[in-house]
Design a protein. Structure first.
Length: 236
């Protein structure tokens, strides 16, 4: 993951979103490391996690403080999916969490993955529509069957069934951007190296780099997101 050096400023300083953020235990851990040579990652409390509100494609290790953030993410993803497809995803497809490594483009800094403080999401799998449930208005009957949604395949789609998947992904991303109590860093399509996944983490700064048609993706209007924004990660 390549990050702008400007963004590597702590919350509340130049180059960062000035919105006050709640304290987070990993904020005090230095991210600077030697550019080359053996790497020793800080010891943090990692837990096995396979999803709570939604099931993950595989069990993975995450920092214990990120776990509640992921639970809130899953709840939002389930809500958006139910609005669009009539049911939540059966599986969240991720590309990994904990990995003791540097940021590829900036080897003098630890990746948030090195702390188990980040996750990469490639997409979602959906099972068949449960018996007795109806598809939302305007959704083609074919969506009663199971299907896959992938960032790489569907983000830019403008026609057919794929355009509905694009709407799901972009609606989800906008809801997450509006929720500053879930993730601080949100990267995705249009940001270098992220056309096939979303990267979410809890670095000590705010950074949002997700693009739609070359334009930064923005949160939904306050009237559409107020109820979502007011939810907390303590009660996802």
């Amino acid at each position: 993951m390549a990050l702008s050096l400007l963004a590597l400023a702590p919350l509340g300083t130049a180059g960062a979103d000035p919105t006050p953020e709640a304290p987070y235990a990993l904020d005090t851990i230095p991210r600077e490391v030697p550019k080359a040579g053996p790497l020793q990652c800080p010891k943090v409390e990692l837990v096995d996690y396979a999803g709570d509100n939604l099931r993950f494609s595989s069990t993975t290790k995450v920092y214990i403080g990120l776990r509640d953030r992921l639970k809130a993410f899953e709840k939002i993803a389930a809500d958006v999916a139910t609005e669009i497809y009539g049911r939540p995803p059966s599986r969240v497809v991720h590309l990994g969490t904990y990995s003791c490594r540097r940021i590829a483009a900036y080897p003098e800094f630890l990746s948030e993955h090195a702390l188990g403080n980040a996750i990469d999401i490639a997409g979602f799998d959906f099972g068949p529509l449960p018996k007795g449930q109806s598809l939302p208005e305007g959704i083609p009957a074919g969506f009663k069957n199971g299907f896959e949604v992938r960032v790489l395949s569907h983000w830019k789609a403008q026609t057919g069934h794929a355009a509905i998947h694009a709407r799901f992904l972009k609606t989800l991303a906008r809801r997450l951007i509006a929720r500053k109590d879930v993730f601080r860093v949100l990267l995705g399509p249009g940001y270098a190296g992220h056309d096939n996944h979303f990267h979410f983490d809890m670095a000590p700064f705010r950074m949002v780099e997700i693009y739609d048609g070359g334009q930064p993706l923005v949160p939904p209007p306050a009237s559409n997101s107020a109820s979502t924004v007011n939810e907390s990660t303590e009660n996802p």
